[in-house]
Design a protein around this ligand. Sequence first.
Ligand code: FES
Ligand SMILES: [Fe+2]
Length: 439
Amino acid sequence: MKPLSNNPLVLDDPERGIFKVHRLAFTSQEIFDLEREYIFGQCWLYLGHESEIPSPGDYVRRWIGGRPLFMVRDEDGQIRVFYNTCTHRGALVCRRDKGNAKVFQCFYHAWTFDTKGRLIGVPKEERFGPGFAKEELGLRSPRVGTYRGFVFVNFSTNPPPLEAYLAGAKEVLDLVADQAEEGMVVLEGSHRYAIRANWKLMVENSVDSYHLVPTHQTYFEFLDYLAQTRGAPQGKTGKKLERPERVVALGNGHVVLEAPAVGGRPVADYHPLLGGEEIRREIEEVKARTLARLGEERGRRVTEMGRNFIYFPNLIIVDTRATNLRIVEPIAPGETAILQFQLVPKEEFGTLRFERRMHSYLSFFGPGGLATPDDVEAVESCQAGFAAGEVEYNDLSLGYAKEDSGVTELPMRVFWRQWHALIQGKPAPTSWEDPIAAR
Ligand code: FES
Ligand SMILES: [Fe+2]
């Protein structure tokens, strides 16, 4: 790769505790194209969850890594993923975001494919020449892999096995999946929003505890107000967010930030201050069952700790008050689409699911919630600021050399180290931790 600037894209100087990212990484079309090739063209990408298509014929349509795809459960119950392009002249074969179908008929000239992708109908077939091979014109598929219900695709010809690529991320997916007695399922419905900012700014934001109090000030004022009106003890709610954090680099750029969950898991309302007896009892019941099922140590980790998880490169799981899945889809250097779902225990119903969890999700993570609009404003503001030029680098050195367990930008550094290696076509680093930070 020819240098885009005389200076490196990522400045990583452990001796001085300096970590900087060149702003070209967020603005350059050339870098965006390299990401498409070396990151989205090579890595296993998150596509969706098996529970989104429970019955034969169920399908969902997605754009992942710039490519149109759809995932369908075939007539035998097997999950299949197809590139969403007709083998005739290219039209999108699947034209709805979700549904159920026995066959997929292309609207342009009516070629028809079954749920296994086979071409089963061609109008005026007899008029094609002798070389026309219907059996070779089925829909094409990327590589597909699943782990604990999470479905991934890979566009390269010779990818590593999914499990090897997941590396330590498997444990986080296990912790997420183990919350449920009967399995976690994606709740019907999704949120989709577009951001005028680079995709990596949204990834950074999702593991950024440094921004919580300043950016989400309105939210904390709102909590304080609620606490006051409900006669809860006085106190600054934002203050209580200063909690110990544990960052674990999981390999291949995946990283998790674990901290005691604010609001009490696994069915948090706004805040324990506001919960009241009924919620406390519900939380305790779920917790007791989880501990009985998973044992004391793991049970506590599942029910008491929250986690912000980056699956490199395109999935974020914020598993705190609710379990929020965000698929990050880069559209252009300064444009990103987010497709967001909620994952819930299959067995959970009643007030737990429909009041506590839904309310918590909608009021905080939803695009009309009290957090996401602030975050979108913040990342769009950064992208707008980059146009100033002049300032070459962003600084991501917070917490670099400190041995305490306070707020740190380490999760972002883990992400960027992987990004930097891949973008140069280099082998992935073997260690992602800060060389001198003891964590
Ligand atoms: S493009 Fe699909 S049938 Fe012609
Ligand atoms: Fe935020």
